[in-house]
Structures are given as C-alpha cells and as structure tokens.
Design a protein around this ligand. Structure first.
Ligand code: UDP
Length: 321
C-alpha cells in the first residue's frame, strides 16, 4: 500500500516525501506549477498532473494501491489570493473536492490535509488553540477552511477519516542540504532575508512597523519544515491504527518572533549585516499569530525538535549552497 502525496514536489511536500522514503511506498502527484522535479527522489513514483483532472486520478487510483492521501497541492500566498480569489477557489477548493470524490469512488478513506493559521484570521487571543474561533480574512484562509468543512461532511457521509494540520510559518531546510525553501516569486520572510544577505537582493522591506507588538513589527510562529513533515507521518499512523479520526491540530513552536527579530537572527547566523527599509503594512497580515500545539503533543506525542536559530541555520546552509 502506498501513500499518495499531492504536491510532493513543493516545499513542505518534498520534505515530507524525504521523511516517508524508506518507511512507506510513495506516489507523488504534482503539476510542477510551483514545484521542482529535482526535489524528488529515485525511490518515488512521480505522476505529473493536476489534482482536479479526473482522468489522471482514476488512472492513479487504479494503478496504485493507495492507503492514504497527503494533500499539499495548493496556492498559498495571502496577497495573491486577494487579487486572484477565483484561482484560489478553483485550485484549493474545487480541485480538492474532485480529489475527495475520486478517493471515495476508489475506496480510499484516509486524508491528511495541509491547512493554515490563516483560518483564524485576526484571533482574539495571542496563543491560538484549535478552539479559537476561525474567521479567515482573505480568500486563501477561506479556501482552506472551506475544505475543513467539506471534510467534516465527507467524514459523516462517506466515512472519510481525516486529520487537518493547521501550519503556522514553515521555514528551514532539510538536514541533507539537498532541498529547501524556494518559491518563484519569493514572498516569504526567511528566504527573502537570506537571499538579501547573500547579495541576491538590494534590501529587505519590513511590512509595517506600527502593529501592536513589542517592536511594532508582525509576530509569527516559525516551525521547521521537517517537524511539520513528521507530524504528517504521526497523523497517518494514528489514522492507520484507528487511534484517531477527524481531528484538527495546530502545528507551531509556541513562541512568537517579530520580523525584526527574524532579521537579527539571520544576521547572527550569517555573520552579515542587512539593509532594511521600513514599508507599509501588507494587506491581510494579522499582527500576531502564535500556536498552542499542546493538543497534537498530547494526542500524537508530536513535539517540534528545532528552535528558531536551528531553523535559520538549516535555511542558511541550503541558501548558501
Ligand atoms: N514580511 C516582511 N517583509 C517581507 C516578507 C514578509 O516584513 O519581505 C513579513 C510579513 O508581513 C509577515 C511576516 O514577515 O508579517 C511573515 O510573512 P511570510 O510571507 O513569510 O509568511 P505569512 O505569515 O504571510 O504566512
């Protein structure tokens, strides 16, 4: 039996594939719209195609004995989702519904879903638990919350067993130094700062210095991509053993760092000085997003292994190569 990883050529998907190899048979479906085929391994069966393509899915579920689906394939930029909402609803919602439909038709019932802290919107408290009200403030967050709701209905109607993982800010690179974070265009803070420190960008823009935080810049919870990857495997094993079903978990480190603090740590790790420009707020950015991951710790025994400095060190190692 294999695990189907949708979006396995992308950043978080490829790091998860690395952790799966050797433990499970892996089939990757990716359209390479943002993914990188060179991130994939020889030990993986790769199918190039779209999530919403019924023909591709029928063939895939017929040719391979799939036990579970890990679903990473999505558009994931808040700003872009505001400008192109229909693309987000098409790719993140409609295509995922097609994937679920095909799973049900082919008798595949385990689903691990990449969700996001963006489902919480502007939370009413600093430390976010899974009970914190969801009220997304952009189409990206709404598209992910819609699928969470679809999953609850599909569980009820068809016996789909799912785990929703709400990621906070994924960062860092694989210990091997072979894969890391790279988007085109890049919009994420850590790779942008490191690219600047490597001389690949003139400066860094800090989006907003008037937030209600200690230094006025946004606070986020940065979590190593390999810690995220391992949570997926624990979730799958919980589903496979029948120990859990239909759960939502936050995934973060439980500690918040401001944009300025991230720049400081990047300077320290690289030994280089950044040129920083203070810019306007970026639309759709809440001031503070920090996770309580107590629930997944209690239920699945998951604990993040990497602290901020180690996250940045692993990213620096990869970016400098
Ligand atoms: N950010 C910034 N300058 C940049 C990129 C990001 O100041 O060039 C800020 C952004 O406004 C947010 C934080 O860094 O407060 C993390 O942004 P990122 O895009 O990495 O992740 P997000 O929190 O949007 O998922």
């Amino acid at each position: 039996m294999a695990i189907l990883v949708c979006g396995g050529a992308g950043y978080i998907g490829s790091h998860t594939v690395k952790e799966l190899i050797g433990k499970y048979e892996v089939v990757v479906l990716d359209n390479l719209s943002t993914g990188f085929p060179f991130l994939l391994d020889d030990n993986v069966t790769f199918v190039e195609g779209n999530l919403g393509d019924e023909r591709v899915l029928d063939q895939l579920f017929t040719e391979h004995q799939i036990d579970a689906v890990f679903h990473f394939a999505a558009n994931s930029l808040v700003g872009e989702s505001v400008v192109k909402p229909l693309m987000y609803y098409q790719n993140n919602v409609a295509a995922t519904v097609t994937l679920l439909q095909k799973m049900v038709e082919h008798g595949v019932n385990k689903f691990i879903f990449s969700s996001t802290a963006a489902t919480y919107g502007i939370p009413d408290r600093d430390l976010i638990t899974e009970e914190t009200a969801t009220n997304p403030i952009n189409p990206y967050g709404r598209s992910k919350l819609m699928i969470e709701q679809v999953l609850a209905d599909a569980a009820h109607a068809y016996g789909v067993k799912y785990v929703v993982l709400r990621y906070f800010n994924a960062a860092g690179a694989h210990a091997s130094g072979e894969i890391g974070e790279s988007h085109d265009p890049e919009t994420h803070l850590v790779p942008i700062v490191l690219q600047h420190l490597l001389g690949q960008r003139d400066k860094i823009s800090v989006f907003g210095t008037d937030y209600e935080t200690a230094d006025g810049t946004c606070v986020r919870d940065y979590i190593h991509v390999t810690d995220l990857a391992n949570a997926h495997i624990l979730a799958y094993e919980g589903l496979a053993k029948g120990n859990l079903a239909n759960e939502v978990f936050n995934l973060g480190n439980g500690a918040g760092y401001s944009v300025k603090e991230i720049i400081d740590v990047c300077e320290k790790v690289s030994g280089k000085q950044a040129t920083v420009e203070y810019a306007d707020r970026r639309p759709g950015d809440p001031a503070v997003l920090v996770a309580s991951s107590e629930k997944i710790n209690k239920v699945l025994g998951w604990k993040p292994k990497f602290k901020l400095e180690e996250i940045i060190e692993s990213a620096w190692k990869w970016h400098s190569k």
